[in-house]
Design a protein around this ligand. Sequence first.
Ligand SMILES: [Ca+2]
Ligand SMILES: [Ca+2]
Length: 273
Amino acid sequence: MDVQFVKRSSLKLFISGILLLSFVPMPSLNAQVPTEPIMVKIKGGTYIMGQNDGEGDERPEHLVEIEDFYIAKFEITVSEYREFCLATDRTMPKQPEWGWIDDHPIINTSWNDACDYIQWLNKRTGEDYRLPTEAEFEYVIRNGGEKGVYPWGKALPSNENLADESFRAKTSRSGIWKNYYDGYAFTAPVGSFKPNKLGVCDINGNIWEWCSDWYGEYSDQKSKNPIGATTGKHKVGRGASYGTDPWHSRSASRAYVEPDFKRPGFRLAKDNE
Ligand SMILES: [Ca+2]
Ligand SMILES: [Ca+2]
């Protein structure tokens, strides 16, 4: 074949390639497929929710029946939340003092932020993610409804990032788990510790997390898949964090804040696979 012809053909191909590329729409960040969480199937059951000798709002202990559901193995990470912010032109929450680290849990989100994230993810994936209910959350903390003050029994915790000696060393705070060394003064990469008996990580440590419920009083009646008060002023937050002392790390411990309060993180749940 004539060398000049080959050269000219290659040049033509090259130029038409460039022209073609300039007309093919490049995928934007909006078109990227969002990262979806790894979900763990939780087998339902009946358990005793609350703690009669805890805080007043943990009384009365009452029976709750939970149907099978799915919960995310990990808290939503900084990088997952950043995808959402980039795709929706939203600013990230207030950066914590240790900075944004991709595989750490997102923090400083409001309940409304969490709902916006879920709405975006559902729209993009066609899935039906939601926040866990408070009753589901306690069920998972309790390894599927086990009794007891702490999910790890009476010994020191072994698989959660709590207010440990490294937290005291950094902050001089005294409300800590004495003689417990988990190695993280602040947040840890999600899944740094062994999962609980249900296969879920950081459910009672690292950061505290939003539940779907309006905060309300417990009733002594048995309930099935309770979803909290019908309305209210505060939303429920659950699970201990890197800054939580022993009293507030109890399985039944409840927190409640206004839905635009920006501090917790969150994880997703789902009814079906
Ligand atoms: Ca810690
Ligand atoms: Ca957590």
